[in-house]
Design a protein around this ligand. Structure first.
Ligand SMILES: NC(=O)c1ccc[n+]([C@@H]2O[C@H](COP(=O)([O-])OP(=O)(O)OC[C@H]3O[C@@H](n4cnc5c(N)ncnc54)[C@H](OP(=O)(O)O)[C@@H]3O)[C@@H](O)[C@H]2O)c1
Length: 343
């Protein structure tokens, strides 16, 4: 080869390199702009039933805020910065399709990106990470390559049942991120969750606290309790819908036994429970409500006598106590707990 001859890089390589470079610049610029505009990015790490319910509540709330020109939280606690960009992480195609079909209806769906088999990049992009995988997957996911680095300095909210804040912290190097444990329930799907948020020690900064409250008030009501109340909260609010469903079944069954058509009986029982809930939430004490509808010598008191005879209130209370104990033992890593419990 003559000395002044140069080997030229083929055009297609140059073009691809330029395209890559320009994509990288665009991505960087959009990330920087995103940071400047003050909006936050929320990544749901494990986006199944609960993740979809929570994202649904948020997307819906943001969509209606757009329409109404405001975004005030129901409870008045309004964080200065809200999550307005979203990532959802799953593995399977079916999970991706489910997210698209359940959340595609919201105008703000365009702000959501679904990632399959890649948790690292969406966590890097996030300000807030909501851990929504199954409890047994937590350690593997948090201990994954470079995950601790991606989580550095961020807010990690776990909704994984039975996984304590300490267990979460043990999966990561010390002081990696702020960890908050929250326990929503299945009624999140209809925005009627009762979510218990474990208080932190030292307390969370006001802005972080408002942000966590804002997220969970999108799907229902929120209370704050110390971490040692989480097992009882899991029993009362997590298992509670199953206990209430059993009461509902009983009410309907009685109606069916007395000749009410099955479909109407279930509708009547559910609406009766809902109406009772409305009265209780408007401030009525359950004992007063019960007395108010029990006319002396009437049918209600006749029915209540049967319930009292079978100590239904005590039995329901014991069910909550038993579920608390089981939740606590499961949290300590015991297996087959129900089988080891005396009656
Ligand atoms: N359901 C409730 O009523 C309820 C109430 C309170 C708390 N919780 C807690 O909420 C959490 C989620 O429950 P869920 O009912 O929503 O479960 P789920 O429907 O099974 O959702 C879990 C999601 O995690 C994804 N996932 C699994 N492994 C992953 C990985 N390595 N990387 C990224 N994504 C992964 C799954 O997608 P692929 O299948 O595609 O991997 C799935 O979409 C649990 O920890 C549970 O204890 C649930």
């Amino acid at each position: 080869m003559a000395q002044n001859e140069r080997i030229l890089t083929p055009d297609w390589i140059l073009k691809e390199t330029l395209a890559l470079q320009s994509r990288a610049i665009m991505e960087y610029t959009s990330q920087q702009n995103a940071k400047k505009d003050g909006d936050l990015t929320l990544t749901v790490l494990g986006c199944g039933t609960m993740g979809i319910a929570i994202l649904g509540g948020i997307l819906d709330s943001l969509s209606s805020a757009d329409v109404q020109g405001g975004e005030k939280a129901e409870d008045g606690a309004e964080p200065k910065r809200l999550p307005k960009r979203f990532n959802a992480c799953v593995r399977r195609d079916a999970s991706k399709k489910r997210i698209e079909s359940e959340l595609g209806q919201y105008p703000t769906f365009s702000q959501l990106r679904i990632w399959q088999n890649d948790n690292l990049e969406p966590v890097k992009q996030a300000d807030i990470v909501l851990l929504g995988c199954k409890p047994y997957m937590v350690a593997d996911i948090l201990r994954g390559n470079d995950m601790a680095q991606a989580l550095k300095g961020k807010l990690l909210i776990s909704i994984c049942a039975g996984v304590t804040e300490q267990q979460l912290a043990e999966c990561l190097p010390q002081n990696t991120c702020t960890i908050v444990r929250a326990m929503p329930n299945t009624a999140a799907a209809v925005r009627e969750s009762m979510t218990v948020i474990a208080t932190s020690n030292p307390p969370l900064p006001q802005e972080t606290n408002s942000l966590v409250d804002w997220i969970f008030t999108r799907i229902g009501k929120v209370v704050h309790l110390p971490p040692n109340a989480m097992d009882a909260s899991t029993a009362l609010c997590g298992s509670g819908p199953a206990f209430c469903a059993m009461m509902c079944e009983g009410l309907a069954l009685g109606g069916v036994a007395m000749g009410i058509p099955r479909e109407e009986a279930y509708l009547m029982a559910a609406q009766t429970m809902r109406g009772t809930t409305g009265l209780l939430q408007s401030g009525e004490h359950p004992a007063i409500l019960k007395d108010k509808v029990s006319t002396p010598g009437g049918c209600t008191v006749g029915g209540l006598l049967v319930l009292e005879e079978h100590a239904v209130k005590g039995i329901v209370a014991k069910a909550v106590r038993e579920a608390t104990e089981v939740a606590s033992r499961l949290g300590q890593g015991q297996t087959g707990v129900n089988g080891t419990r005396a009656k």
